[in-house]
Design a protein around this ligand. Structure first.
Ligand code: AHZ
Length: 321
């Protein structure tokens, strides 16, 4: 999609000439001194928030898809899954207040976002404008990508973002072959997670995956839910599920992210994203895949984040097909 600077300028000139005021139907005066809102009680505002949050907690206590981390890879996956399957309950758990991960800026806090082809096709689907530079494209600001994909994901009725909420652990159950089945996540408010060292025990909460019976066995009548972890590379929060899986299962080792090599890193992350062999219901995408499989990092080029999210999303759609 080419940039349309001229058309945008013409539209802006037209807008300035007419003053398109969204309040015009009720308020079109030059004097705003008598402006007033509809009256409201303070308790009404409280109830409007709490009823909806409680209803969401109730609805997503048992989820079909739990995405851990709302960075560029997690949001790309959420978009593909929610768009194709409006019947699945998709919970996104994000430890930060602001979803988007590292994708509000690009490399070294610069704005322009480089995406190597063919991942630009995902931008076409999202209707995000870019400059075509041949083998790669450039979105004028990383925040344009993040804001757009976020707005589309949040608008799906079957998606709920729980931000300022950290995943502190996994729920696991033994499977028939002696391996691990992932059955849910353990959560807490991020502010509580950050205060564990200074306060007495503040117990967490649990989101369960769909498809398990009370005794822990799998209900053969329904597809079990899945967890997609997209928590980025190792850091204070990152690579969370990868590190936990390795910690639970002694037979596994964390590959550890290797030094930068854009070509090997981006292809490798996409190829290795999706279902994680040997751990049922566990999927990975984004930079966490580099940590898991010992792949190089790619630095400031985002095609693999988008494409690995789409690949993991397609694998999850296959699981539910
Ligand atoms: O806050 C984290 C971020 O928004 C969130 N997160 C991490 N641990 C969490 C936990 N519970 C809930 N325990 C958690 N949320 O996960 C999100 C990860 O987003 P990101 O943008 O860091 O990861 P990504 O893999 O989607 O994108 C990585 C972008 C990078 S890093 C890199 C390099 O260093 O070379 N290159 C690219 C393109």
């Amino acid at each position: 999609m080419a940039t349309t600077t001229r058309t945008e300028t013409q539209a802006q000139l037209q807008l300035n000439a007419t003053i398109d005021n969204p309040l015009a139907s009720v308020y079109n005066s030059k004097d705003w001194s008598d402006f007033t809102f509809s009256p409201i009680r303070e308790a009404t505002v409280n109830r409007a928030m709490i009823q909806r949050y409680a209803a969401d907690m109730d609805k997503f206590a048992e989820s079909d898809v739990i995405i851990v981390g709302a960075g560029s890879s997690g949001l790309s996956a959420a978009y593909v899954i929610a768009k194709n399957r409006p019947d699945l309950k998709i919970a996104i758990i994000e430890s930060s207040l602001a979803p988007g991960g590292g994708c509000w800026v690009s490399g070294q806090l610069l704005s322009a976002m480089v995406i190597r082809k063919p991942a630009h096709l995902i931008l076409d689907d999202l209707e995000i404008a870019y400059e075509d530079e041949g083998d790669y494209v450039v979105v004028k600001h990383a925040a344009l990508f993040t804001a757009t994909v976020l707005s589309k994901v949040l608008a799906f009725p079957n998606v709920k973002l729980f931000n300022a909420t950290s995943v502190e652990d996994l729920v696991t159950k033994p499977n028939a072959t002696g391996g691990i089945t992932v059955a849910g996540i353990v959560t807490n408010w991020t502010l509580v997670t950050m205060a564990h060292d200074t306060q007495s025990c503040m117990d967490p909460n649990v989101f369960e995956l769909s498809g398990f019976k009370a005794d822990g066995s799998v209900d053969k009548e329904v597809k079990t839910g899945v967890i997609l972890s997209t928590t980025g590379h190792d850091g204070p929060f990152g690579a969370f599920c990868a590190k936990r899986i390795v910690n639970i299962d002694d037979s596994r080792k964390l590959g550890g992210m290797k030094p930068l090599d854009m070509n090997r890193a981006e292809d490798g992350v996409v190829r290795n994203s999706g279902a994680y062999a040997g751990v049922e219901n566990m999927y990975f995408a984004g930079m966490e895949v580099a940590e898991l499989h010992g792949l190089p990092r790619m630095g400031p080029t985002f095609g693999a984040m988008l494409a690995s999210g789409v690949k993991a999303g397609c694998d999850i759609l296959e699981h539910f097909a």
